[in-house]
Design a protein around this ligand. Structure first.
Ligand SMILES: [Zn+2]
Length: 384
């Protein structure tokens, strides 16, 4: 089996999630890639976080589909897939793999876009690869910019937004900057995108990385004039943040995303003084002593930890119930809004559930946990 699903996990899913989740689900945020990740333990960079690389160094499509079968049994899940920046920076190879995987399994996909591409180049790559839009990453902002000073337009430039706008394509955006969602530069540029490029299917990933209530600030008041931008709930487990999101934008602009394979992690997240801390079983993710976002638990507490994805879904369930969402509202979040966005971006491109999947044809890539090359170059990784 790809990973263990134990009694604690099954009971958590059965008692809290199985009935809450609709039978059909669109996951708007899933990563697939084939290349080994850099072993981040070899490179302690103070300005970035290292824990995501410890969960999965390789993310083949077959493993993603198997993960849905294991974690969301009896649900028909359609992922929107895109790559994950790797150290070798070979964007073409990364995108080719996503394009081929998506075509083979008939699932929607986004191109990992570089800000140096002209608008025409982006357009050709999206069309040629059968993509529905772009996933952009601050990793590709110009090297001379310190991480904390990167702005959205440094890696999602207006000349590319013009193309995405004209085509009605999707832009999946992981926002930069240490202040996250409440950052005034982020908020100004998010509003500018909505005003100047209203036809872009803009998705603000991870609720703008607001993993603790302190990250929200007055963001939703400042964004109150916005009517279109959507927020995915991937890799976020904060009930209060979700409640404020639901209260501010309503269920029609919230999308389910998983951020798999990261959320395969066995983990519960807490906030302390406005900073998130992932509680994990001791030893499971290597030496995490240098990472302020990680803390280890011993047994028997550690034995009660379940998957990051389940904690995310359960936090959203509690928020949805607290805010009085109906089953129809929940269906919009988990399926309908995303299906409409995909339909529009693909102008009728066929979409069908990818799960339950067919068994993978054979071994694909190194098993999870196998170390990547320790001497590989380290690229700038977006802060989680
Ligand atoms: Zn992601």
């Amino acid at each position: 089996m790809l990973f263990d699903v134990n009694l604690v996990d099954r009971e958590f899913y059965r008692s809290r999630l199985a009935d809450f989740l609709p039978d059909r689900i669109v996951d708007v945020h899933a990563h697939v890639w084939r290349r080994p990740r850099v072993d981040r333990s070899a490179a302690a960079e103070a300005r970035t976080v290292s824990w995501p690389a410890r969960v999965a160094r390789d993310g083949p499509i077959e493993e993603l589909l198997e993960t849905y079968r294991l974690l969301l049994p009896e649900k028909a899940v359609t992922p929107v897939v895109f790559s994950s920046p790797t150290a070798d920076e070979d964007l073409d190879a990364l995108n080719d793999y996503v394009s081929e995987s998506a075509a083979h399994h008939t699932i929607p996909a986004l191109v990992l876009a570089h800000p140096s591409w002209s608008g025409e180049e982006l357009e050709q790559r999206v069309l040629f690869g059968g993509f529905l839009g772009a996933k952009v990453y601050l990793t590709y902002a110009p090297d001379y910019l310190p991480s904390d000073e990167i702005r959205i337009f440094d890696f999602l430039p207006p000349h590319q937004l013009r193309v995405l706008d004209r085509r009605g394509w999707i832009a999946m955006l992981h926002i930069p900057r240490p202040a996250r969602l409440r950052d005034p530069v982020n908020l100004a540029q998010l509003l500018e995108i909505e005003q100047r490029f209203p036809n872009v299917g803009l998705v603000v990933a991870h609720v703008g990385r607001a993993y603790c209530p302190e990250d929200v600030g007055d963001a939703f008041e400042r964004l109150s004039g916005a009517r279109r931008m959507r927020f995915d709930i991937s890799a976020n487990t904060n009930e209060e943040v979700f409640r404020r999101l639901i209260g501010a934008v309503g269920p029609g602009r919230i999308l389910f995303g998983s951020d798999l394979p990261i959320t395969r992690m066995r983990m519960r997240r807490i906030c302390e003084k406005g900073l998130y801390v992932n509680l994990v079983p001791r030893g499971l993710y290597g030496d995490v002593s240098g990472d302020p976002h990680m803390r280890e638990l011993d047994r028997p507490e550690a034995d009660r930890l379940t998957f990051f994805l389940y904690e995310q879904l359960d936090a959203f369930r509690r928020a949805a119930e607290g805010e009085g969402l109906t089953r129809a509202d929940v269906a919009r979040v988990f399926h309908e809004t995303a299906a409409g966005m995909i339909e529009r971006a693909g102008a009728g491109r066929a979409m069908r559930p990818a799960a339950p999947p067919v068994p993978p044809p054979g071994p694909s890539g190194p098993p999870p946990g196998e170390p990547g090359p320790a001497d590989a170059p380290v690229s700038r990784r977006p802060p989680a």
